[in-house]
Design a protein around this ligand. Structure first.
Ligand code: GLA
Length: 397
């Protein structure tokens, strides 16, 4: 919806006047490579999308926060001084979790009405949740202190960290920092090469010279709350504990090099733990190699690394499944495809493929048909456009 229509819809839900309304936006992301490395202190290489969550916000005079979305009918209403009482809502958890963490961090969170328009497909592995979190964080912080946006800058890295804490403490998913960081710090036409150990980062221009990143959505809904995600994280921690006996200075799996792994893998006697560690160690190296390849314009090498990443997530980390594997297998059969892999946590969600521009229509048609034949329902396709991170947008009626 354009801003005029959004404001009209907001007033339809909440009444009152448009005088103090402000609009904020934060995007979803696609990860180019580096999966399940973030919570192991490793490297990731995501880019923010132009698909985003928009939030229309207006302050209130009391301590109530009210939430609605353009595609919902039931409003969530919560007391800012008692947020813990609202855990386990069907919708609204991410927003209230962020409010809770902002209050804990000392921000002045004031009562407000918030209406969301979500353009990031929910549960698709494109970080719809981080988009909601960051849009909420920027909105709440801006409403609570009018200096933000005028003389003060919002610390977007802090917003990412606070949003990640909301996932840990309010939602119960022990996610890494990648999604929130990408949603907060994304830059148009750039990918973020992020070191998750100290949050240092570099914006790398994504110049694909005749190629595009095509996102294919399995349309298989999944939720990270189901436990598989936290289970993978625990397995990595178990692997680290064992390797620490021979590499005591290691604080996370990122500190284990490929050479270390080959030298000491015999200590990982549990095959599952060994596979998880092997994935993480080599995936970190693939991120470094991919950043170099993209900087040098070596798309063929980048495509190969994407393929290796998927195969490792399928065989070693075991987070793909029939839907993602079918999309990837079919993509790789197409002419003009340099690489294809799952993106995000896995267990459903999306893949990303590097496809020659002139072959995209054919790609969508053939992969779409083969997927429908094998899986029984449709996949959806989007051409990635890389956009900016979370921010306030000027209201244009
Ligand atoms: C989810 C998590 C991220 C990251 C990815 C896997 O998107 O939120 O922190 O761990 O899975 O790379």
């Amino acid at each position: 919806m354009n801003h005029g229509a959004l404001i009209e819809s907001f007033l339809g839900y909440f009444g009152g006047s448009s005088e103090k309304i402000r609009i904020f936006k934060s995007p979803g992301r696609v990860n180019l490579i580096g999966e399940h490395t973030d919570y192991n202190g490793g490297f990731v290489f995501p880019a923010a999308l132009t698909l985003a969550t928009t939030v229309v916000a207006r302050p209130r005079q009391d301590r109530t926060i009210r939430l609605i979305a353009t595609d919902l009918e039931v409003m969530v209403e919560a007391d800012l001084d008692n947020l813990q009482a609202y855990r386990n809502l069907k919708w609204g958890n991410y927003q209230l979790g962020v409010a809770d963490e902002l209050i804990k961090a000392g921000y002045n969170v004031i009562g407000c009405d918030l209406m969301y328009e979500d353009k990031v497909p929910l549960g698709s592995g494109l970080s719809s949740s981080a988009a909601i979190e960051l849009a909420t964080a920027v909105a709440l912080v801006s409403l609570g202190d009018e200096e933000y946006g005028k003389s003060k800058q919002i610390d977007m890295i802090e917003m990412a960290v606070i949003s990640q804490k909301a996932e840990h403490n309010f939602i119960g998913v022990k996610c890494g920092i990648m999604d929130q960081f990408a949603s907060a710090m994304g830059k148009k036409d750039h990918a973020i090469f992020l070191d998750c150990r100290d949050l240092s980062y570099e914006l790398v221009p994504v110049k694909l010279d005749g190629y595009s990143l095509v996102i294919s959505n399995t349309n298989k809904k999944r939720s990270l709350g189901e436990g598989k995600y936290n289970e993978r994280r625990a397995q990595c921690e178990e692997g680290l504990e064992i390797l620490k006996k021979v590499i005591p200075e290691a604080t996370c799996l990122r500190d284990i090099s490929c050479e270390d792994y080959e030298k000491y893998k015999h200590l990982l006697t549990d095959d599952v733990i060994r596979k998880r560690v092997e994935h993480v160690v080599y995936e970190d190296q693939r991120v470094l190699d991919s950043v170099k390849a993209l900087k040098e314009g070596n798309l063929i090498l980048f495509g190969k690394l994407m393929n290796q990443s998927h195969d490792s997530l399928r065989d070693l980390y075991e987070v793909t499944g029939a839907e993602l594997d079918t999309l990837v297998d079919e993509a790789r059969k197409q002419e003009g495809v340099l690489g294809s892999r799952m993106t995000g946590a896995g267990f459903g969600g999306c893949t990303v493929s590097l496809v020659e521009n002139s072959k995209i229509d054919r790609f969508i048609e053939s992969v779409g048909k083969a997927y429908k034949d094998k899986i029984g329902y449709e996949a959806s396709f989007y051409i990635s456009e890389i956009g900016d991170g979370g921010r306030e947008v000027e209201v244009m009626a």
